[in-house]
Design a protein around this ligand. Structure first.
Ligand code: PEP
Ligand code: MG
Length: 878
């Protein structure tokens, strides 16, 4: 049997979202519930996919099927497409499985032409209405289907108004609209070189095709990538017979939510306009009335609408966002869908609905989009201020939240401006450990280079600081203290604003509002904790971050990057001295300076973590991040090491690497310089002994983690140094202290030889940042510059550094877990790469049966919720 590409509403229901899109499926459902929905049919998402498979052409049999259903629609409505005696007009609307603001939305009044408009004028005895509808249609169709910008038509409207000496559309007459139609058509022809299509069937097919095309426009592609929506879903197209809200004062149109989408309050919330069509409400030309007033103006309609709203909410068990039209006193429902809402409203609605007995706790957990919690945890732009703001550019949304401040171009300037009481945005080509103080005081960070796991991104996320990274279009001149973006020159001290959730950059000051955590947040998180099976740890390098993570619900540290503990200005010199040492004696001197600080830091972290597990990763400094570049820094180091500046430069040159990310880092440093592991082991074990003495009730078991292992024998070599040093310290102290030794798995070779590796350790922790880098063979710092080409061409749909590539990197992880646990049944396995805080990746880690994921403190709540959702939906490997 031939495939069916078109469905009448009476043939569908809410469970058919995949095929009919959200809009089509819900309209079908409402029809089934006996509500008055204008007759319609839906062209399926499969037809959209077929359109792309057929080289962007609608296949003849699909066109035939559309026309066959058009005939059915004519039969049901008793109206005929293109017949001036009794014309059928339709709206054409896009509708993907998930609602997507990036796509084409709606074309109204399709089917109008020069003869049909006359018919409507006669039938309604309202030529003004007829020509107003016609000019709207020409404008909308030209804009969304034919790419003739809407604004070019607005100019014509302004001309006519000026000529007539009026300021509002309502003051224009039927004749004015008639003139407008003629002028619009001329304008169209001038622009396109052919006449505005007058055949309604041609209009219909062009509109359907435009919806399909809009699935692949840059806005839609971007939205999909941000929201984990696969390209393969496609969009459906709903063709619906028109009802008219602009037929007089007993007609109108509006939108409403069953609860307040900003606060969650349980009260019908919305607005409507009398004698208007849908786009008037959105366009903001006239001020709509609040929905409550409909109770006075049209009490019957209001009651019917309020009842319908309640019925829909109870039916969908979710807050609904509805569109409706009133045609000559009769209510029609044009759409219902789960309403978009702020995170605060989402939490309140979920908790309220549980109290009302409408949903279960499990359903409440499924109702919240984990990533949306970002906006509860970070400052956001003031809603009114952001509404009309236009970004001057975009970069990668590296760390969420909103920030507004004065631009500075160096860490020192950031500290200085901050000291003078100014909020600052630190703008750099890229950041390095030298910038850490500047990053700490900044409201936000903007970089020209670097990806989602670059230094700026990882550090900013750890701090909960807003960051937009890798903005390719920006031209930064750090010396001249200015940058150019979107044609605008921004100088030091100018205000800009950043949205770390979308990656948008604004060349102006936009006010922000602080984050606040509600009781509903805690309630929902508590339910999530009861359900999830994955443990959630955090990536933290300081006692302060550790304490914050505990507050956010972390159950341990999964990654303490010890090299990050030396970022601060008064410490980085000692770290550099260690790196630049040319012999063991020198290095031991430098290490001895580092030891007491590191021990004190570890004590602070053990204390902050109150006996929860703490995984300490041994030094893994990619050399390029730590070597000094500034004259000043080189001078300071020369003084400290008692060497000439020329000698320091010489050593730096000798350490230069072409590929630092694949260079002399991680365990390779320890293989070359075992004294580094000896110092770090001493610091960890002594700190643990000290804190255990202070808090005898806690059971402190430090987890020592060796990074960047690729070969079991190199791990064995390093582990021997750790065990020998640790056992000696413990024996000398005369105490009992357990500790664990594990390794990061971040090189493909370690994954495929995981059975050999596991023999030497008690745990694996997957460093999915490096594992992604090494598996794809592209740099985590540089891939931002070319990945866009891959998205445009649909080769990749998302950034593999943000969302785990389950097919490739995921398979390596699966192999490693399987081999590792076969060799050692008790092997603990977790994830500490950035993917540990990404909901779709967490789902995958849950399925694999990992013990925990670890992420930056601010992502801990997101991970708790995502893990609970995974537990509710997916089985887990034993
Ligand atoms: C990783 O590679 O995933 C990891 C956590 O280590 P880092 O980001 O410090 O290289
Ligand atoms: Mg790594």
């Amino acid at each position: 049997m031939a495939k069916k590409y078109v469905y009448l509403f009476s043939e569908g229901n809410a469970s058919m979202k995949e095929l009919l899109g959200g809009k089509g499926a819900n309209l079908a459902e409402m029809t089934g519930m006996g509500m008055s929905v204008p007759e319609s049919f839906t062209v399926t998402t499969e037809a959209c996919n077929r359109y792309y498979d057929d080289n962007k052409k609608i296949a003849p049999e699909i066109k035939d099927e559309i026309f066959a259903y058009l005939k059915t629609l004519e039969d049901i409505t008793g109206k005929t497409f293109g017949d001036p005696g009794n014309p059928l007009l339709v709206s054409v609307r896009s509708g993907a499985r998930a609602s997507m603001p990036g796509m084409m939305d709606t074309i109204l009044n399709l089917g109008l032409n020069d003869t049909v408009v006359e018919g409507i004028a006669g039938l309604t005895d309202n030529p003004r209405f007829a020509y107003d509808s016609y000019r709207r249609f020409i404008q909308m169709f030209s804009d969304v289907v034919m790419d003739v910008p809407k604004s070019s038509f607005e100019r014509i409207i302004d001309e006519i108004k000026e000529k007539k000496g009026v300021s509002l559309d309502v003051h224009l007459s039927a004749e004015d609209f008639k003139d407008m139609v003629a002028m619009f058509k001329d304008h169209f022809k001038e622009h396109k070189g052919f006449d505005f299509p007058s055949d309604p069937k041609v209009q219909l097919i062009e509109a359907v095709e435009a919806v399909f095309r809009s699935w692949d426009n840059p806005r839609a592609n971007y939205y999909r990538r941000m929201n984990d929506i696969p390209y393969s879903w496609g969009t459906a197209v709903t063709v619906q017979s028109m009802v008219f809200g602009n037929m007089g004062n007993d007609s109108g149109t509006g939108v409403a939510f069953t609860r307040n989408p900003s606060t969650g309050e349980k009260k019908l919330y919305g607005e409507y306009l009398i004698n208007a069509q849908g786009e008037d409400v959105v366009a903001g030309i006239r001020t709509p009335e609040l929905i409550d007033t409909l109770a006075q103006t049209m009490p019957h309609v209001y009651k019917q609408f309020a009842d319908t709203a309640e019925k829909l909410e109870n039916h969908y068990k979710n807050m609904q966002d509805m569109e409706f039209t009133i045609e000559r006193g009769k209510l029609y429902m044009l759409q219902t869908r789960n309403g978009k809402r702020t995170a605060d409203a989402a939490l309140k609605i979920a908790c309220d609905m549980v109290s009302e007995g409408l949903i279960t706790k499990e359903e409440a957990i499924m109702m919240i989009e984990p990533k949306s919690l970002d906006s509860v945890l970070h400052p956001q732009f003031d809603g009114a201020a952001i509404k009309d703001a236009k970004p001057i550019g975009t970069g990668l949304p590296a760390s969420p939240g909103a920030a507004c401040g004065r631009v500075v171009f160096s860490a020192e300037d950031a500290v200085e401006w901050h000291g003078r009481g100014h909020p600052v945005i630190l703008t750099r080509l890229e950041t390095s450990p030298e910038d850490i103080q500047g990053m700490t005081v900044a409201k936000g960070i903007l970089t020209a280079r670097g990806g989602m796991t670059s230094h700026a991104a990882v550090v900013a996320r750890g701090m909960g600081r807003c960051c937009v990274a890798g903005c390719g279009e920006i031209s930064v001149d750090e010396k001249a203290k200015q940058f150019i973006l979107g044609g605008k020159t921004i100088k030091e001290g100018d205000y800009i604003s950043l949205d770390g959730t979308s990656g948008n950059i604004y060349g102006e000051a936009l006010p922000t509002v602080e984050a606040s955590i509600s009781g509903d947040f805690r309630t929902l998180m508590g339910w999530a904790d009861e359900i999830r099976q994955l443990k959630i740890r955090t990536n933290a390098d300081t006692p302060k971050d550790s304490a914050l993570a505990i507050e956010f619900g972390a159950e341990g540290i999964g990654l303490c990057r010890t090299e990050h503990m030396f970022f601060e200005a008064d410490r980085i010199c000692d770290m550099r001295e260690m790196i630049l040492s040319t012999n063991v004696e020198q290095r031991k001197i430098a290490l001895n300076k580092l030891l007491p600080r590191q021990r004190a830091d570890f004590e602070g972290i053990f204390e902050a973590m109150q006996g929860y597990p703490v995984t300490i990763r041994y030094l893994d400094p990619p050399l390029h991040e730590f070597l000094p570049t500034d004259e000043e820094d080189i001078r300071e180091l020369a003084n400290q090491m008692n060497l000439t500046m020329a000698r320091i430069r010489q050593i730096i040159a000798s350490l230069h690497e072409f590929n630092p990310m694949m260079g002399f880092r991680g365990c390779r440093l320890i293989v070359a310089f075992p004294e580094i592991a000896e110092m770090q082991t001493r610091a960890v074990i002594e700190a643990a002994i000290n804190v255990q003495k202070r808090y005898p009730d806690w059971n402190i078991v430090p987890e020592i983690m060796i990074p960047l292992i690729s070969e079991a024998r190199e791990l064995a070599f390093v582990k021997d140094i750790v065990v020998k040093t640790a056992d000696e310290i413990i024996a000398n102290a005369g105490v009992n202290l357990e500790y664990m030794v594990g390794t990061m798995i971040e090189i493909p070779r370690a994954c495929v030889t995981a059975d050999e590796v596991a023999a030497h350790v008690q745990f694996f922790s997957f460093g999915t940042n490096d594992l992604t880098q090494m598996t794809f063979g592209f740099s985590r710092d540089d891939s931002g510059s070319f990945l866009n080409h891959y998205y445009d061409k649909h080769i990749y749909e998302f950034d593999p550094f943000s969302r785990l590539d389950q097919n490739g990197v995921g398979k390596l992880i699966e192999t490693a877990v399987m081999l590792g646990r076969k060799a050692k049944g008790s092997l603990q396995a977790g994830v500490c790469g950035e993917h540990g805080g990404d909901p779709s990746s967490i789902e995958f880690f849950h399925k694999l049966g990992l013990d925990y994921v670890s992420c930056s403190p601010f992502r801990v709540p997101i991970a708790r919720l995502a893990a609970a959702q995974a537990a509710l939906q997916l089985p887990r490997a034993e």
